[in-house]
Design a protein around this ligand. Structure first.
Ligand code: HEM
Length: 377
Protein backbone atom coordinates (compact mmCIF):
# COMPACT_ATOMS: atom_id res chain seq x y z
CA UNK A 1 0.00 0.00 0.00
CA UNK A 2 1.56 3.32 -1.09
CA UNK A 3 0.21 6.76 -0.29
CA UNK A 4 1.17 10.32 -1.16
CA UNK A 5 -0.75 13.55 -1.70
CA UNK A 6 -3.84 11.89 -0.30
CA UNK A 7 -4.28 9.04 -2.81
CA UNK A 8 -3.47 5.41 -2.03
CA UNK A 9 -2.94 2.42 -4.30
CA UNK A 10 -2.25 -1.28 -4.02
CA UNK A 11 -1.16 -4.00 -6.44
CA UNK A 12 -1.05 -6.62 -3.70
CA UNK A 13 -3.57 -9.37 -4.39
CA UNK A 14 -4.48 -10.10 -0.75
CA UNK A 15 -4.91 -6.42 0.06
CA UNK A 16 -6.84 -5.69 -3.14
CA UNK A 17 -9.22 -8.54 -2.36
CA UNK A 18 -9.59 -7.40 1.28
CA UNK A 19 -10.42 -3.82 0.19
CA UNK A 20 -12.99 -4.93 -2.41
CA UNK A 21 -14.57 -7.29 0.13
CA UNK A 22 -14.90 -4.56 2.78
CA UNK A 23 -17.60 -2.31 1.37
CA UNK A 24 -18.26 -0.88 4.83
CA UNK A 25 -14.88 0.81 5.19
CA UNK A 26 -14.06 1.11 1.45
CA UNK A 27 -17.17 2.53 -0.18
CA UNK A 28 -17.92 2.83 -3.86
CA UNK A 29 -16.50 6.04 -5.30
CA UNK A 30 -19.84 6.82 -6.85
CA UNK A 31 -21.90 6.54 -3.66
CA UNK A 32 -23.52 9.95 -3.28
CA UNK A 33 -22.55 10.34 0.35
CA UNK A 34 -18.86 10.20 -0.56
CA UNK A 35 -19.19 13.00 -3.09
CA UNK A 36 -18.16 16.52 -2.24
CA UNK A 37 -20.97 18.03 -4.36
CA UNK A 38 -24.43 16.98 -5.50
CA UNK A 39 -23.93 15.62 -9.00
CA UNK A 40 -27.58 14.82 -9.70
CA UNK A 41 -28.24 15.76 -13.34
CA UNK A 42 -31.46 17.16 -14.83
CA UNK A 43 -32.54 17.98 -18.37
CA UNK A 44 -33.89 21.38 -19.47
CA UNK A 45 -37.41 20.40 -18.36
CA UNK A 46 -36.12 19.54 -14.88
CA UNK A 47 -36.47 15.78 -15.47
CA UNK A 48 -33.95 13.73 -13.46
CA UNK A 49 -31.36 12.03 -15.68
CA UNK A 50 -30.04 8.66 -14.57
CA UNK A 51 -26.27 8.12 -14.58
CA UNK A 52 -25.98 4.30 -14.79
CA UNK A 53 -22.65 3.84 -12.99
CA UNK A 54 -23.61 6.25 -10.16
CA UNK A 55 -27.32 5.60 -9.70
CA UNK A 56 -27.46 1.81 -10.05
CA UNK A 57 -26.79 -0.97 -7.54
CA UNK A 58 -23.13 -0.92 -8.66
CA UNK A 59 -22.78 2.16 -6.46
CA UNK A 60 -25.11 1.13 -3.63
CA UNK A 61 -24.66 -0.46 -0.24
CA UNK A 62 -27.00 -3.09 1.24
CA UNK A 63 -29.95 -3.28 1.68
CA UNK A 64 -30.71 -1.44 -1.61
CA UNK A 65 -27.80 -3.16 -3.35
CA UNK A 66 -29.11 -6.58 -2.30
CA UNK A 67 -32.70 -5.78 -3.31
CA UNK A 68 -31.78 -4.58 -6.81
CA UNK A 69 -29.03 -7.11 -7.53
CA UNK A 70 -31.43 -9.89 -6.57
CA UNK A 71 -33.72 -8.65 -9.32
CA UNK A 72 -31.21 -9.28 -12.13
CA UNK A 73 -29.27 -12.22 -10.63
CA UNK A 74 -31.58 -14.98 -11.99
CA UNK A 75 -30.89 -13.71 -15.52
CA UNK A 76 -27.21 -14.49 -15.01
CA UNK A 77 -27.51 -17.86 -13.26
CA UNK A 78 -25.37 -20.70 -14.69
CA UNK A 79 -28.55 -22.28 -16.05
CA UNK A 80 -29.75 -19.07 -17.73
CA UNK A 81 -26.31 -18.57 -19.25
CA UNK A 82 -26.08 -22.16 -20.50
CA UNK A 83 -29.40 -21.61 -22.26
CA UNK A 84 -27.94 -18.56 -24.00
CA UNK A 85 -24.80 -20.29 -25.21
CA UNK A 86 -26.43 -21.83 -28.26
CA UNK A 87 -27.97 -18.52 -29.32
CA UNK A 88 -24.62 -16.79 -28.91
CA UNK A 89 -22.83 -19.41 -31.02
CA UNK A 90 -25.52 -19.20 -33.71
CA UNK A 91 -25.15 -15.43 -33.77
CA UNK A 92 -21.38 -15.77 -34.13
CA UNK A 93 -21.78 -18.24 -36.99
CA UNK A 94 -23.92 -15.68 -38.76
CA UNK A 95 -21.54 -12.75 -38.15
CA UNK A 96 -18.44 -14.74 -39.13
CA UNK A 97 -20.07 -16.18 -42.26
CA UNK A 98 -20.85 -12.64 -43.32
CA UNK A 99 -17.25 -11.56 -42.67
CA UNK A 100 -16.00 -14.61 -44.54
CA UNK A 101 -18.08 -13.65 -47.58
CA UNK A 102 -16.38 -10.26 -47.56
CA UNK A 103 -13.05 -12.06 -48.00
CA UNK A 104 -9.77 -10.21 -47.47
CA UNK A 105 -9.57 -8.28 -44.26
CA UNK A 106 -11.83 -6.96 -41.54
CA UNK A 107 -11.59 -5.40 -38.11
CA UNK A 108 -11.80 -7.92 -35.25
CA UNK A 109 -13.00 -5.18 -32.88
CA UNK A 110 -15.51 -3.14 -34.88
CA UNK A 111 -16.75 -5.86 -37.22
CA UNK A 112 -16.85 -8.62 -34.62
CA UNK A 113 -16.18 -7.94 -30.90
CA UNK A 114 -18.64 -5.03 -30.53
CA UNK A 115 -21.42 -6.95 -32.23
CA UNK A 116 -21.47 -9.77 -29.70
CA UNK A 117 -22.25 -8.05 -26.34
CA UNK A 118 -24.54 -5.47 -27.93
CA UNK A 119 -26.85 -8.20 -29.23
CA UNK A 120 -26.68 -10.14 -25.98
CA UNK A 121 -27.57 -7.08 -23.89
CA UNK A 122 -30.32 -5.97 -26.30
CA UNK A 123 -31.86 -9.44 -25.91
CA UNK A 124 -32.21 -8.81 -22.16
CA UNK A 125 -34.51 -5.92 -23.01
CA UNK A 126 -36.31 -7.83 -25.74
CA UNK A 127 -35.28 -5.36 -28.43
CA UNK A 128 -33.84 -5.89 -31.87
CA UNK A 129 -31.52 -4.49 -34.48
CA UNK A 130 -33.13 -1.06 -34.78
CA UNK A 131 -31.54 -0.05 -31.49
CA UNK A 132 -28.10 -1.63 -31.88
CA UNK A 133 -26.47 1.57 -33.15
CA UNK A 134 -27.79 3.69 -30.26
CA UNK A 135 -26.81 1.02 -27.73
CA UNK A 136 -23.34 0.80 -29.17
CA UNK A 137 -22.90 4.57 -29.03
CA UNK A 138 -24.26 4.85 -25.48
CA UNK A 139 -22.20 1.89 -24.25
CA UNK A 140 -19.08 3.47 -25.77
CA UNK A 141 -19.74 6.85 -24.11
CA UNK A 142 -20.37 5.23 -20.71
CA UNK A 143 -17.26 3.04 -21.09
CA UNK A 144 -15.06 6.06 -21.83
CA UNK A 145 -16.63 8.17 -19.09
CA UNK A 146 -15.29 5.89 -16.34
CA UNK A 147 -11.92 7.57 -16.91
CA UNK A 148 -13.53 10.89 -16.00
CA UNK A 149 -15.12 13.45 -18.32
CA UNK A 150 -12.46 15.96 -19.25
CA UNK A 151 -13.70 18.19 -22.09
CA UNK A 152 -16.85 20.25 -22.58
CA UNK A 153 -17.58 18.30 -25.73
CA UNK A 154 -17.39 14.99 -23.80
CA UNK A 155 -19.69 16.48 -21.18
CA UNK A 156 -22.21 17.54 -23.85
CA UNK A 157 -22.12 14.05 -25.44
CA UNK A 158 -22.56 12.44 -22.04
CA UNK A 159 -25.57 14.62 -21.13
CA UNK A 160 -27.14 14.06 -24.55
CA UNK A 161 -26.69 10.31 -24.09
CA UNK A 162 -28.40 10.45 -20.68
CA UNK A 163 -31.37 12.29 -22.22
CA UNK A 164 -31.67 9.78 -25.08
CA UNK A 165 -31.34 6.87 -22.66
CA UNK A 166 -34.01 8.29 -20.34
CA UNK A 167 -36.41 8.77 -23.30
CA UNK A 168 -35.69 5.27 -24.58
CA UNK A 169 -36.13 3.42 -21.29
CA UNK A 170 -39.17 5.50 -20.20
CA UNK A 171 -40.79 4.46 -23.45
CA UNK A 172 -39.70 0.81 -23.13
CA UNK A 173 -40.97 0.56 -19.54
CA UNK A 174 -44.34 2.02 -20.61
CA UNK A 175 -44.57 -0.52 -23.46
CA UNK A 176 -43.65 -3.49 -21.27
CA UNK A 177 -46.07 -2.37 -18.54
CA UNK A 178 -48.90 -2.41 -21.07
CA UNK A 179 -47.81 -5.49 -22.94
CA UNK A 180 -45.29 -7.63 -21.00
CA UNK A 181 -43.01 -10.14 -22.73
CA UNK A 182 -40.41 -12.54 -21.35
CA UNK A 183 -37.59 -10.01 -21.10
CA UNK A 184 -35.85 -8.45 -18.08
CA UNK A 185 -37.76 -5.15 -18.31
CA UNK A 186 -41.12 -6.96 -18.25
CA UNK A 187 -39.86 -8.96 -15.27
CA UNK A 188 -38.86 -5.77 -13.44
CA UNK A 189 -42.17 -4.00 -14.06
CA UNK A 190 -44.10 -7.01 -12.75
CA UNK A 191 -41.93 -8.41 -9.97
CA UNK A 192 -41.53 -7.11 -6.46
CA UNK A 193 -39.40 -9.71 -4.63
CA UNK A 194 -39.82 -8.18 -1.18
CA UNK A 195 -43.14 -6.51 -1.72
CA UNK A 196 -41.70 -3.18 -2.81
CA UNK A 197 -41.98 -2.48 -6.55
CA UNK A 198 -39.03 -0.87 -8.33
CA UNK A 199 -39.30 2.81 -9.18
CA UNK A 200 -38.94 3.91 -12.81
CA UNK A 201 -35.56 5.49 -11.97
CA UNK A 202 -34.33 2.23 -10.43
CA UNK A 203 -35.35 0.29 -13.53
CA UNK A 204 -33.59 2.74 -15.84
CA UNK A 205 -30.44 2.65 -13.70
CA UNK A 206 -30.52 -1.17 -13.69
CA UNK A 207 -30.90 -1.36 -17.48
CA UNK A 208 -28.24 1.34 -17.86
CA UNK A 209 -25.68 -0.46 -15.70
CA UNK A 210 -26.09 -3.68 -17.67
CA UNK A 211 -25.25 -1.70 -20.78
CA UNK A 212 -22.56 0.38 -19.08
CA UNK A 213 -20.81 -2.44 -17.24
CA UNK A 214 -21.45 -5.20 -19.76
CA UNK A 215 -20.58 -3.63 -23.11
CA UNK A 216 -17.11 -2.02 -23.37
CA UNK A 217 -15.66 -4.51 -20.86
CA UNK A 218 -16.78 -7.49 -22.93
CA UNK A 219 -15.82 -5.89 -26.27
CA UNK A 220 -12.32 -5.47 -24.92
CA UNK A 221 -12.15 -8.95 -23.43
CA UNK A 222 -13.08 -10.45 -26.80
CA UNK A 223 -10.62 -8.15 -28.61
CA UNK A 224 -7.83 -9.02 -26.13
CA UNK A 225 -8.55 -12.74 -26.56
CA UNK A 226 -8.33 -12.50 -30.35
CA UNK A 227 -5.14 -10.42 -30.15
CA UNK A 228 -3.56 -12.93 -27.75
CA UNK A 229 -4.43 -15.96 -29.84
CA UNK A 230 -3.42 -14.49 -33.20
CA UNK A 231 -0.32 -12.94 -31.67
CA UNK A 232 0.94 -16.20 -30.11
CA UNK A 233 1.24 -18.98 -32.69
CA UNK A 234 1.85 -21.62 -29.98
CA UNK A 235 -1.43 -20.64 -28.28
CA UNK A 236 -3.35 -20.79 -31.57
CA UNK A 237 -1.95 -24.25 -32.35
CA UNK A 238 -2.81 -25.59 -28.90
CA UNK A 239 -6.37 -24.27 -29.10
CA UNK A 240 -6.84 -25.64 -32.62
CA UNK A 241 -5.60 -29.04 -31.46
CA UNK A 242 -7.72 -29.01 -28.31
CA UNK A 243 -10.66 -26.55 -28.22
CA UNK A 244 -11.40 -27.73 -24.67
CA UNK A 245 -8.53 -25.45 -23.63
CA UNK A 246 -10.47 -22.34 -24.76
CA UNK A 247 -12.23 -21.53 -21.43
CA UNK A 248 -8.86 -21.72 -19.62
CA UNK A 249 -7.30 -19.47 -22.26
CA UNK A 250 -10.09 -16.88 -21.76
CA UNK A 251 -9.46 -17.00 -17.99
CA UNK A 252 -5.75 -16.42 -18.51
CA UNK A 253 -6.42 -13.45 -20.82
CA UNK A 254 -8.73 -12.02 -18.14
CA UNK A 255 -5.78 -12.24 -15.73
CA UNK A 256 -2.88 -11.35 -18.02
CA UNK A 257 -4.46 -8.63 -20.18
CA UNK A 258 -7.33 -7.47 -17.97
CA UNK A 259 -9.99 -5.36 -19.77
CA UNK A 260 -10.55 -3.52 -16.46
CA UNK A 261 -7.23 -2.28 -15.06
CA UNK A 262 -8.21 -0.71 -11.76
CA UNK A 263 -11.13 0.06 -9.46
CA UNK A 264 -11.58 2.98 -7.13
CA UNK A 265 -12.83 3.03 -3.56
CA UNK A 266 -13.13 5.79 -0.96
CA UNK A 267 -12.54 5.16 2.76
CA UNK A 268 -15.62 5.78 4.86
CA UNK A 269 -13.50 5.98 8.06
CA UNK A 270 -9.80 6.07 8.89
CA UNK A 271 -8.16 2.69 8.26
CA UNK A 272 -4.67 1.32 8.92
CA UNK A 273 -3.45 -1.21 6.36
CA UNK A 274 0.01 -2.72 6.05
CA UNK A 275 1.24 -0.13 8.52
CA UNK A 276 -0.11 2.76 6.45
CA UNK A 277 -2.67 5.13 8.00
CA UNK A 278 -5.35 6.05 5.49
CA UNK A 279 -7.63 8.89 6.55
CA UNK A 280 -11.38 8.89 5.98
CA UNK A 281 -12.57 10.08 2.53
CA UNK A 282 -9.29 9.09 0.85
CA UNK A 283 -9.33 7.64 -2.67
CA UNK A 284 -7.86 4.13 -2.81
CA UNK A 285 -6.92 2.68 -6.19
CA UNK A 286 -7.19 -1.09 -6.37
CA UNK A 287 -4.89 -1.94 -9.26
CA UNK A 288 -6.47 -5.14 -10.49
CA UNK A 289 -3.95 -5.52 -13.33
CA UNK A 290 -1.11 -5.50 -10.77
CA UNK A 291 -2.84 -7.85 -8.33
CA UNK A 292 -3.39 -10.23 -11.26
CA UNK A 293 0.39 -10.56 -11.58
CA UNK A 294 1.18 -10.86 -7.88
CA UNK A 295 3.91 -13.58 -7.65
CA UNK A 296 2.65 -14.63 -4.21
CA UNK A 297 -0.51 -15.90 -5.88
CA UNK A 298 0.54 -16.65 -9.46
CA UNK A 299 4.19 -17.63 -8.93
CA UNK A 300 7.44 -16.29 -10.37
CA UNK A 301 6.11 -16.55 -13.91
CA UNK A 302 3.10 -14.35 -13.11
CA UNK A 303 4.05 -11.95 -15.93
CA UNK A 304 4.00 -14.75 -18.51
CA UNK A 305 0.99 -15.93 -20.50
CA UNK A 306 0.15 -19.56 -19.67
CA UNK A 307 -3.24 -20.76 -20.93
CA UNK A 308 -3.09 -23.86 -18.75
CA UNK A 309 -2.18 -22.00 -15.55
CA UNK A 310 -4.10 -23.88 -12.86
CA UNK A 311 -5.16 -20.82 -10.85
CA UNK A 312 -5.79 -18.09 -13.49
CA UNK A 313 -9.30 -17.84 -12.09
CA UNK A 314 -7.96 -16.17 -8.94
CA UNK A 315 -7.63 -12.93 -10.94
CA UNK A 316 -9.57 -9.93 -9.67
CA UNK A 317 -10.69 -8.69 -13.08
CA UNK A 318 -14.35 -9.16 -12.12
CA UNK A 319 -13.80 -7.47 -8.74
CA UNK A 320 -14.57 -9.13 -5.41
CA UNK A 321 -17.01 -8.86 -2.51
CA UNK A 322 -20.63 -7.79 -2.85
CA UNK A 323 -20.03 -6.01 -6.18
CA UNK A 324 -18.37 -9.02 -7.82
CA UNK A 325 -19.41 -8.78 -11.47
CA UNK A 326 -22.86 -10.24 -11.97
CA UNK A 327 -22.14 -10.73 -15.70
CA UNK A 328 -18.84 -12.63 -15.28
CA UNK A 329 -20.25 -15.98 -16.44
CA UNK A 330 -21.88 -14.37 -19.44
CA UNK A 331 -18.71 -12.51 -20.46
CA UNK A 332 -16.72 -15.77 -20.21
CA UNK A 333 -19.23 -17.55 -22.44
CA UNK A 334 -19.23 -14.73 -25.01
CA UNK A 335 -15.43 -14.71 -25.25
CA UNK A 336 -15.08 -18.50 -25.34
CA UNK A 337 -17.80 -18.85 -27.98
CA UNK A 338 -16.12 -16.17 -30.12
CA UNK A 339 -12.76 -17.98 -30.02
CA UNK A 340 -14.39 -21.34 -30.67
CA UNK A 341 -16.31 -20.23 -33.77
CA UNK A 342 -13.51 -17.94 -35.01
CA UNK A 343 -10.85 -20.70 -34.87
CA UNK A 344 -13.19 -23.20 -36.47
CA UNK A 345 -14.03 -20.93 -39.39
CA UNK A 346 -10.72 -19.11 -39.77
CA UNK A 347 -7.91 -21.33 -38.44
CA UNK A 348 -5.28 -19.32 -40.39
CA UNK A 349 -6.49 -15.79 -39.65
CA UNK A 350 -3.61 -13.33 -39.31
CA UNK A 351 -3.09 -9.97 -37.66
CA UNK A 352 -2.79 -7.13 -40.19
CA UNK A 353 -1.22 -3.67 -39.90
CA UNK A 354 -3.00 -0.77 -38.25
CA UNK A 355 -3.92 -2.12 -34.80
CA UNK A 356 -4.53 0.65 -32.28
CA UNK A 357 -4.83 0.62 -28.51
CA UNK A 358 -7.56 2.50 -26.68
CA UNK A 359 -6.31 5.69 -25.04
CA UNK A 360 -8.38 4.94 -21.90
CA UNK A 361 -6.92 4.08 -18.49
CA UNK A 362 -9.59 1.99 -16.73
CA UNK A 363 -10.66 -0.08 -19.71
CA UNK A 364 -7.80 -1.76 -21.61
CA UNK A 365 -8.10 -3.06 -25.13
CA UNK A 366 -7.98 -2.17 -28.80
CA UNK A 367 -9.97 0.45 -30.71
CA UNK A 368 -9.14 -1.33 -33.92
CA UNK A 369 -7.63 -4.76 -34.65
CA UNK A 370 -7.30 -5.41 -38.40
CA UNK A 371 -7.07 -9.08 -39.42
CA UNK A 372 -6.84 -10.78 -42.79
CA UNK A 373 -7.38 -14.19 -44.25
CA UNK A 374 -4.28 -15.59 -45.97
CA UNK A 375 -4.48 -15.56 -49.75
CA UNK A 376 -5.20 -19.08 -51.01
CA UNK A 377 -2.47 -20.91 -52.95
C1 HEM B 1 -19.63 -5.24 -11.74
C2 HEM B 1 -15.89 -6.21 -14.64
C3 HEM B 1 -18.93 -7.99 -17.99
C4 HEM B 1 -22.64 -6.34 -15.40
C5 HEM B 1 -18.36 -5.39 -12.23
C6 HEM B 1 -17.16 -5.11 -11.49
C7 HEM B 1 -16.12 -5.37 -12.30
C8 HEM B 1 -16.65 -5.83 -13.56
C9 HEM B 1 -14.63 -5.19 -11.99
C10 HEM B 1 -17.09 -4.60 -10.05
C11 HEM B 1 -16.94 -3.10 -10.04
C12 HEM B 1 -16.62 -2.57 -8.68
O1 HEM B 1 -16.49 -3.34 -7.71
O2 HEM B 1 -16.49 -1.33 -8.56
C13 HEM B 1 -16.40 -6.76 -15.80
C14 HEM B 1 -15.59 -7.27 -16.88
C15 HEM B 1 -16.44 -7.76 -17.82
C16 HEM B 1 -17.79 -7.57 -17.33
C17 HEM B 1 -14.07 -7.23 -16.92
C18 HEM B 1 -16.16 -8.40 -19.14
C19 HEM B 1 -15.01 -8.89 -19.46
C20 HEM B 1 -20.20 -7.74 -17.56
C21 HEM B 1 -21.41 -8.13 -18.26
C22 HEM B 1 -22.46 -7.63 -17.54
C23 HEM B 1 -21.90 -6.97 -16.38
C24 HEM B 1 -21.45 -8.93 -19.57
C25 HEM B 1 -23.92 -7.71 -17.82
C26 HEM B 1 -24.47 -7.74 -19.01
C27 HEM B 1 -22.13 -5.90 -14.19
C28 HEM B 1 -22.95 -5.35 -13.14
C29 HEM B 1 -22.10 -5.05 -12.08
C30 HEM B 1 -20.76 -5.40 -12.52
C31 HEM B 1 -24.46 -5.16 -13.18
C32 HEM B 1 -22.48 -4.48 -10.72
C33 HEM B 1 -22.52 -5.63 -9.70
C34 HEM B 1 -22.84 -5.16 -8.29
O3 HEM B 1 -22.60 -4.00 -7.95
O4 HEM B 1 -23.35 -5.98 -7.52
N1 HEM B 1 -18.02 -5.85 -13.49
N2 HEM B 1 -17.71 -6.95 -16.11
N3 HEM B 1 -20.55 -7.06 -16.42
N4 HEM B 1 -20.82 -5.92 -13.79
FE1 HEM B 1 -19.29 -6.57 -14.89
Amino acid sequence: MKGSIGAFATCDHAMASAILSDSKRFGSFAVAKHKPIDTTVHDDEGRRLIVPMDDSFLAMDPPDHTRLRRMVAPWFSPRAIRQRTETIEAMLEEILDELGRRGGGWDAVNDLSVRVPIRVIAAFFGIGEDNYEDFRRWGGIIGTSVDGIRTMSDLRDFRQMLIEMRDFFDDLIAKRTKDPGDDLVSFMVQAAPDGEPLTGDEMIATCGVLLGAGFETTVNLIGNCILTVLGHEDVRQRLLADPELIPGAVEEVLRWDAPVQYLLRVTTESVTMAGVDIPADAPVFVVVAGANRDPRVFGDDAAELDITRPNSRKHLTFGDGIHLCVGAGLARIEAAATLRVLLRKFPDLQLADGAQRRPTRVVRGMTTLPVRQPVAG
